[in-house]
Design a protein around this ligand. Structure first.
Ligand code: MN
Ligand code: MN
Length: 275
């Protein structure tokens, strides 16, 4: 087993959580993980990050497969256990959704191992509803659950452009730092370690990532989010990529964006091995 300390950190493991039963508007995000995986490992590109880390080499990117949900199981409990198992093996997880509801159980597991977590959430939506369409498990609610349980020290949301009165009040109540898209200036505040990145594909402008259920124009470019990730100085201990909906993705445009994000996030996580 690899140590998760200092210069001997573990490998990154991608793992799929094919869950879209908490999606409000359209199903389909559960079909994403195998398509992201095949784009990551496709011969159409290589496994080097832009910063020069070979994810196919000694610091390999490991594939932990997709979680299969039994019909009588609590999906959130199953996700939490799966992430705990990866962390217990010294692996640095990148969870592939699925819709954004998976982030709540993933962060429950990560926060148990890493106290004082900061979360950087890229999203067009704040996902802070107390409940949505009668559900507290909705993909519109994960950050309300995370904040009311006190799982993280700090939540910074970038790219938000759909705030309403209720969610503005929720953000104030929980002390969420919301960087609205209209105020984006290509820089983030200083973020402390340990850091968790949650990436909802709809933060991107639909021109770059049409494969999402909730297209919200006026978003970030792929290059802007890559720059933001590459510029992070904190130690990234885990991440997720959620809300890719293959049913809305002409010519696999968004699948390739997901693969690029996996590689650049994994490289950022593995930088600890070279420090
Ligand atoms: Mn979201
Ligand atoms: Mn969203």
């Amino acid at each position: 087993m690899d140590s998760d300390r200092g210069g001997d950190r573990g490998k990154v493991a991608i793992t799929g959580f094919p869950l879209d039963s908490n999606s409000s508007f359209m199903k389909g995000a559960a079909e994403a993980p195998p398509l992201i995986r095949s784009a990551v490992f496709s011969d159409a590109s290589n496994l080097w990050s832009e910063s020069g880390i070979n994810l196919g080499g000694e610091l390999a990117l490991q594939d932990a497969g997709d979680l299969a949900f039994a019909s009588d199981i609590d999906e959130f409990a199953a996700i939490e256990s799966a992430v705990e198992a990866l962390l217990g093996c010294g692996l640095l997880p990148i969870a592939l959704g699925g819709d954004h509801s998976i982030t709540y159980p993933v962060i429950r597991a990560v926060s148990t191992r890493h106290s004082g977590l900061t979360v950087l959430d890229f999203d067009a939506h704040p996902d802070l509803y107390d409940e949505f369409q009668g559900s507290r498990r909705s993909h519109a609610c994960p950050f309300a659950r995370i904040m009311e349980e006190g799982l993280v020290r700090r939540l910074v949301q970038a790219g938000v452009r759909t705030l309403n009165d209720h969610q503005r009040r929720q953000a104030e109540k929980f002390g969420v730092e919301v960087i609205e898209m209209r105020a984006w200036n290509d820089s983030l505040p200083d973020l402390q370690s340990p850091l968790y990145i949650s990436f909802d594909l709809d933060v991107l402008d639909p021109a770059f990532a049409p494969g999402v259920a909730l297209r919200e124009p006026g978003g970030l470019s792929v290059r802007q989010v890559l720059h933001a990730i590459q510029s992070l100085r904190a130690e990234v201990v885990a991440a997720d990529i959620v809300e890719f909906n293959p049913r809305c993705d002409p010519a696999q445009i968004t699948a390739w964006v997901c693969a690029k994000l996996v590689k650049e996030m994994a490289a950022k996580m593995l930088e600890g091995n070279r420090r």
